[in-house]
Design a protein around this ligand. Sequence first.
Ligand SMILES: Cc1ncc(COP(=O)(O)O)c(C=O)c1O
Length: 393
Amino acid sequence: MKNLFADRMSKVPRSFVREILKVTENPDIISFAGGLPNPLSFPHNELAEASAFVLSNSSNKALQYSSTEGYKPLREYIANRYQLSGLDVSSDNILITNGSQQGLDLIGKIFLNRGDAVLIERPTYLAAIQAFGLYEPKFVSVPLLNDGVDLNILKNMVETFNPKIFYSVPNFQNPTGITYSLEKRKEIGKIFNKNRTIFVEDNPYGEIRFMGDDLPPVKKYLKRSILLGSFSKIVSPGMRLGWIVADNEIMNNLVTAKQASDLHSNFLSQMIVHRYLTDNDVEKHLNNIRKMYKIQRDCMITMIKKYFPSDVKYTRPEGGMFLWVTLHDGMSSMELFEIALDENVAFVPGEAFYSDDPELNTLRLNFSNSDVKKIEEGIKRLGNSIKMLELKM
Ligand SMILES: Cc1ncc(COP(=O)(O)O)c(C=O)c1O
């Protein structure tokens, strides 16, 4: 059976996060492992109303095949939101996808030949390594500093490898929670406007800023780029809706690739989400999510200060759903994972987020999907687990 599968399948890692999610289905385990939004943030009643409205008033349309590009009013809504924030985006440049995850796959499909260089952040979003990995590129990674990627290394890598794309999550990155500073956004514009590399800006968390000031998308400083957005973290991931913003030439290729993949995204979902967005106070909804996640993030940081050894480092994200912990040199977060699981607490060991040469003493903690009681207890257990690991060393 083994040699029936395409070579590319042996090169793509299984998602460690999805594997861990299976373990953490046990209700006794406090899990900071998954990347799930808090279900309390879902607009349950409003989506029920929007669904009833669409099915009672437009069911012929909603249940029928439709255009690959997506539901025009939804694309217009998205374009309008960008315009209000000062970005010149038209609905013609928006393709609705099955979450931004499909956007990553389509980008891989239209750009990558085997062996092409793809620049990624170090660490990066695991499922981007999977999505691009299926097209067998050569990954080259650029370290992330506290205010975004290391620009000197980035320049060097761009010159040396002439990559087709640079994949980046500039706001509240998954896994680190790091956000690019304004200066870095501008500098990146200067670097990429001089060469062929396309900056792929994945922004599923941008709307969930709960501290500090909003920053313009890197797209603002680029002549050519691809921007990805998603309704997963602001409405519901189960609806599987995201989008890609790209110029006409890229858009034409994306549409062809999407036709081959799935004809179009779930049209019923698109109409429901559009109805929900137009009938409700979306700003109020977003503010509620921001408030909730800030409380959870603050609680996690307070508990880390209280229960972790003082030499453990951690990021202090201003938005999003994750923070990144660095244990002291020589410690293994994989070993910690085993100990922590015995204590009924879970996280994702950092090595899952590297394409090569992982930093073994790192780990990702999710704060969006646990209430403050669970965060208090879970971080206490994790602190004890770290101390147990230290004693073993
Ligand atoms: C950085 C990043 N990109 C893309 C995705 C995929 O999101 P979706 O396909 O639900 O829009 C995620 C999900 O966690 C993510 O963290």
